[in-house]
Design a protein. Structure first.
Length: 251
């Protein structure tokens, strides 16, 4: 579904991602793991075609369902949010503080699913809250009226608004307690099965990656690395998820 070849990302004179390649199949969950500053989010925003807005530049190749995105950026107009969506890092703070949650979701629908009527957008918002296990009344809430876990689910609902086929979760559970985190990931897993989505799951937590993902890409200093010099063990030791050996996170 998605193929990244020889991707290099730089900010001015700083090299953030160095010649990284990966593939994600339909329905697969690919984990991307590494310490802060390893280039994970830079790859995510390169895939979303938004890197230049953040002051970065990239070279290489990014193809989605055979369509060249990086070298033909006009293709993003038919793909962004409709086929590829992201729950960004610090998603709890990604909402407009003076806009109700329902308005934020309807805004996505208005600009990226234009054939929907106002009533159809209202119905879609209700469907989304149900799918992420939120009560319908949260659509009338402002962000400050919601807990962290509720805002994370609302951010997920917003990303899923146009029924994307590929979803990027960039540290989407950071800051949540372990039980809330596990519950949110079970919701994601259920939605993935129902929609046959592909997911790129970005985290610094190796135990969580091993529990939730089918395959993993490990980054260190902007490069994709194999297990050497105990780096994988170091990531595991730094992880805060404690699961029995061989246990997996299921819905």
């Amino acid at each position: 579904m998605l193929e990244v070849k020889n991707l290099t990302v730089s900010y001015a004179s700083t090299l953030a991602v160095d010649n990284v390649s990966m593939e994600i199949a339909e329905g697969e969950t690919l984990g991307m793991v590494g310490k802060s500053g390893s280039g994970k989010s830079s790859i995510a925003w390169a895939i979303m075609g938004m890197l230049e807005h953040m002051g970065g530049k990239c070279t290489g190749q990014i193809s989605f369902q055979g369509v060249d995105l990086l070298n033909q950026p006009d293709n993003y107009s038919d793909i962004l949010w409709k086929k590829i969506a992201i729950v960004p890092q610090a998603a709890m703070n990604s909402f407009n503080p003076v806009m109700k949650i329902g308005c934020s979701i309807r805004e996505i629908l208005k600009y990226h699913w234009q054939e929907l009527s106002s009533e159809e957008r209202r119905v879609r918002c209700k469907e989304l809250t149900e799918s992420v296990q939120l009560p319908e009344e949260v659509l009338l809430y402002y962000p400050h009226q919601m807990s962290g876990g509720m805002k994370q689910r609302a951010a997920l609902a917003k990303a899923l608004a146009c029924k994307p086929e590929f979803l990027i979760l960039d540290e989407a559970t950071t800051g949540l307690d372990v039980l809330t985190e596990a519950n949110l990931l079970k919701v994601v897993r259920r939605l993935q099965r129902e929609e046959n989505m592909s997911i790129m799951f970005i985290s610094h937590d190796m135990r969580l990656i091993k529990s939730f993902c089918d395959n993993a890409v490990v980054l260190k200093d902007g490069k994709r690395v194999a297990d050497k010099d105990g780096y994988f063990k170091e990531l595991l030791d730094d992880s805060y998820w404690i699961l029995p050996k061989g246990d997996k996170l299921h819905a």
